[in-house]
Design a protein around this ligand. Structure first.
Ligand code: KIV
Length: 278
């Protein structure tokens, strides 16, 4: 079996770092998108709690529930043959107690079909991470900008910008590694801080707005496809699917209103494809 077809496991992440192979992660929230991203060879699909903002239209990720995450993780898992499915643990599903955190993480694997969970925070959550990894639940950490702490942070702004906060970032990363995390997302921190942390860890870092020095990169799928109305500046538009969808819907509306659809002359589906304006 070729390398591209082999199922990605959390245990492969450290090997990839050692080989200097960049890790590719994108978010996914449903089976259709998961199938496409899996076929493209993306290493890991993150069912992020960004679900709340990009799919549910909420202002923050705070409202996302465990049930919602299980529902979408199940959908993503059904669409995947190769990629590692990582499910975000929503706000207040792992902070209130270790037993509850382990049970909730277990539910994302058992009911959602995830192969790993991700949670936000450093030393504050390492006891929970330790218990999860001890019972066989692979955990991805998340440091830097923590969207679940947005009310405390006061805005989506760059973190670890001083020498002292960079040092705390490093200590948190080392603590997560020590607790058994297999990788750490670094969100919105200076390139130099991300590079320093990456160099000090044996587990990989996966950056988002953290520069090219990380061992891998993750972006929100809706942001790179033009499906978000507020993509962050560090993201990149790879295809403007948003404009294409509006063009297709406009074409359908005018076809229906002008009685061009359904077609009585037996045209094929391919004749009807609308090309997006680029
Ligand atoms: O929820 C999410 O999509 C994330 C990524 C931004 C890393 O945590």
């Amino acid at each position: 079996m070729s390398e591209i077809q082999r199922r990605v496991r959390s245990t492969h992440f450290r090997d990839k770092k050692q080989r200097g192979e960049k890790i590719v992660m994108l978010t996914a929230y449903d089976a259709a998108m998961a199938r496409l991203l899996d076929a493209a060879g993306v290493d890991a699909l993150l069912v992020g709690d960004s679900l709340g903002m990009v799919v549910m239209g909420c202002e923050t990720t705070i409202e996302v529930t465990l049930d919602a995450m299980i529902h979408h993780t199940k959908a993503v898992s059904r669409g995947v043959e190769r990629s590692l499915v990582v499910a975000d643990m929503p706000f207040m599903t792992y902070q209130a107690g270790i037993d509850e955190a382990v049970r909730n993480a277990g539910a994302l694997l058992q009911k959602g079909g995830a192969a790993a969970v991700k949670l936000e925070g450093g030393r504050a959550v390492v006891d929970a991470v330790g218990r999860m990894t001890a019972v066989g639940i692979p955990v991805m950490g998340h440091l830097g900008l923590l969207p679940q702490a947005i009310h405390q942070l006061g805005g989506y702004r760059r973190q670890a910008t001083s020498a002292a906060s960079e040092e705390l970032l490093l200590q948190d990363a080392l603590a997560l590694q020590e607790a058994g995390a297999f990788a750490i997302v670094l969100e919105c921190v200076p390139d130099a801080a991300a590079q320093r942390v990456t160099g000090q860890l044996s587990i990989p870092t996966i950056g988002i707005g953290a520069g090219p020095g990380c061992d891998g990169q993750v972006l929100v799928i809706n942001d790179i496809l033009g499906l978000s109305n507020a993509a962050p500046p560090f993201s990149k538009l790879y295809f403007d699917l948003g404009t294409a969808v509006t063009a297709a819907a406009r074409q359908f509306a005018s076809d229906v209103r002008d009685a061009r659809f359904p077609d009585r002359e037996g045209k094929t589906r391919d004749d009807a494809v609308v090309q997006p304006d680029r």
